[in-house]
Design a protein around this ligand. Structure first.
Ligand code: ATP
Ligand code: MG
Length: 568
């Protein structure tokens, strides 16, 4: 490819719409253009990278036993109604009607579709295990499409579904996919961590997210500084903190004027925040009140809470809902709340002694609260949000928090979809059983964006070689000098014959402009042909990531380029 022909309209200025660095750099490097919020066109450079990522994904899925298919994006509502997700999926699903008023959606995921597919063909245990996958566009009307390709409304996903005859088979398939994902992200040249994840709306027994490490990531993850435990903050389990035992004193109501926050009340009563209990009030999708109680210095993990009460969604409660249940915003405790209200108390709170909690009256608190004695009709479980330094649930060493981008997720589904859709098979004894399933997704377009979030500097993108749109750019310092351009042409043709993805910058631009564009687009290696080459046969090779320059010669540059590329 020659830059005079390459359709990569670079921009000097950063477009105002760009919120994150990957979006900024892809727009500036002429890789993507926005069509609508969360909907983008991929220009040639982006498409080359996406195809390289897809190829790695494809090879690893095939090697793990997957078979590629292509299911329709347009999906009939019937199968979604059979599993109940037509109602549950909500506004994130793009829905449309055909001319006969039949309902369809644009596939946000394909569990229903693939299960309906195999239920008609898979009859016997002899046809199992089976792994089917596809790579195609997915559609989700995200509340906040943002950050360019990171959270699009149309995006590319690889989704694989496994079908086994039993749980043991599923474990094998899950492990195969876990290993395949590890190879995919390793081969893409990314720093990543598989972390234990919440199963979310899909449900099922367990799940891992493959998180590309980047400070700009939306996912908070924790990892143990000693053992190999790693989890998303939503999932991270926490052991109960047992407070030092005290003799329970008699419950007492005291006046605490104006102490609406936990810090104010702790200050007023001269106790540490660790001695206080705070409330966080939510309402579920049915508008029912859900009250969570935490130690004053702890935060509630909404995902754990949601799972604990079996809610589909939680939002902050309205004041009316709180008062209707006998609560007083800012001064709440489970004591005095109407019977039947959903109250969840964090396990750590139950092991506190003589604590401070609200009295459900304005400007009043209880002191000497002993939850084991005083809290009635409450559900107790771990609903605490992990923070830096919390002890590892496996080995007790301090956990560290870091940020990342969820690029892939693997789930065990069990029979969640096969049962309602009636996807069964006959086992060895001729008994009819539901298929045991798993589902495994990789965000291909998000992986490209994540690669840039992790690999960039002030000058532009730094592609890992495996997913760079082109591996090498050959730049004649002055393309107006015929000998330089001829030499550059020769090097370009030679490298091309060696199956290296190479670009020739044949523009009659100043060297500075060409170097700037090369850095912006992020070719892993830049070969410069200048006066030195003509005088003494030196060919300069500059590594984008390190800035290191190696002097190759007219005689050995092919080997030299290959050797350098192997390290990138
Ligand atoms: P998130 O929590 O970020 O919304 P998700 O958990 O809903 O994602 P999955 O259903 O697990 O996503 O989809 C599999 C993969 O598809 C994700 O790991 C991610 O890489 C990608 N993906 C999901 N939503 C989007 C999106 N809106 N834009 C781009 N990629 C996405
Ligand atoms: Mg996910």
């Amino acid at each position: 490819m020659r830059t005079t022909q390459l359709y990569a309209p670079t921009l000097r200025e950063t477009p105002a719409e760009a919120e994150v660095v990957s979006q900024k750099l892809m727009l500036r490097a002429g890789m993507i253009r926005k069509a609508a919020g969360g909907v983008y066109t991929y220009l040639p450079l982006a498409w080359r990278t996406l195809r390289k990522i897809e190829q790695i994904v494809r090879e690893e899925m095939d090697a793990a036993g997957g078979q590629e298919i292509l299911m329709p994006i347009l999906q009939p509502s019937e199968i979604w109604k059979e599993t109940g997700r037509w109602a549950v999926y909500g506004e994130e699903m793009f829905r449309l009607n055909d001319r006969h008023e039949r309902e369809f959606c644009l596939g946000p995921t394909h569990e229903e579709m693939v299960t309906a597919l195999v239920r008609d063909e898979v009859r016997s245990y002899k046809q199992l295990p089976l792994m089917l996958y596809q790579i195609q566009n997915k559609y989700r009307d995200e509340i906040r499409p943002r950050f360019g390709l990171m959270r699009g409304r149309e995006f590319i996903m690889k989704d694989l579904y496994s079908f086994d005859k039993d749980e043991a088979g599923l474990e094998v398939s899950y492990k195969k996919m876990f290993d395949a994902y590890t190879r995919v992200f390793t081969r893409c040249g990314l720093k990543f961590r598989p972390v234990e994840a919440d199963n979310g709306a899909i449900g099922g027994a367990h799940s891992h997210e493959f998180t590309v490490l980047a400070d700009s990531g939306e996912s908070n993850i924790v990892y143990c500084t000693k053992c190999d435990y790693a989890a998303s903050d939503e999932k991270a389990e926490l052991k109960t903190i047992v407070a030092e035992k005290e003799e329970p004193l008699e419950l007492e109501k005291v006046s605490t004027p104006g102490t609406k926050t936990i810090e104010l009340v702790a200050d007023y009563l001269k106790v540490s925040v660790e001695k206080t209990i705070k409330a966080v009030a939510f309402q579920n999708e049915k508008d029912e009140l859900v009250l969570a109680f935490m130690r004053g210095d702890h935060d509630v993990n909404e995902v754990k809470l949601q799972n604990a009460v079996g809610a589909i969604a939680l939002r902050m409660a309205d004041e009316e809902a709180i008062t209707a249940a006998g609560g007083q915003p800012g001064f709440m405790s489970p004591i005095g709340i109407k019977k039947g209200t959903k109250i969840v108390v964090d396990a750590t709170v139950m092991d506190m002694y003589n604590a401070v909690a609200g009295a459900n009256e304005k400007d009043m608190h209880f002191i000497h609260v002993n939850p084991k004695r005083d809290f009635k009709d409450v559900m107790v479980c771990d609903i605490r949000l992990v923070k830096d330094g919390d002890p590892c649930p496996h080995c007790g060493a301090p956990l560290k928090m870091t940020r990342g981008i969820e690029a892939g997720q693997v789930f065990t589904l069990g029979t969640k979809y096969s049962k309602p859709l009636g996807a069964t098979f006959l086992d060895e004894n001729g008994k009819e059983k539901p298929l045991v399933m798993g589902s495994y997704g990789i965000g291909v377009s998000r992986t490209m964006a994540a690669a840039i979030e992790q690999n960039n500097d002030k000058d532009g993108i730094i592609w890992p070689r495996a997913i760079a749109p082109y591996e090498v750019i050959v730049v004649p310092v002055n393309a107006k000098v015929k000998e330089q351009l001829d030499m550059a042409e020769k090097v370009y043709e030679t490298l091309k014959k060696e199956h290296i993805d190479v670009v020739l910058d044949d523009r009659k631009e100043r060297a500075g402009v060409k170097f700037k564009d090369a850095d912006l687009i992020g070719y892993p290696l830049r070969i410069t042909i200048g006066p030195k080459t003509l005088e003494s046969g030196i060919i300069e090779a500059k590594i984008r990531r390190t800035g290191e320059v190696k002097n190759l010669t007219k005689e050995n540059y092919v080997e030299g380029v290959k050797e350098i590329l192997d390290t990138l």
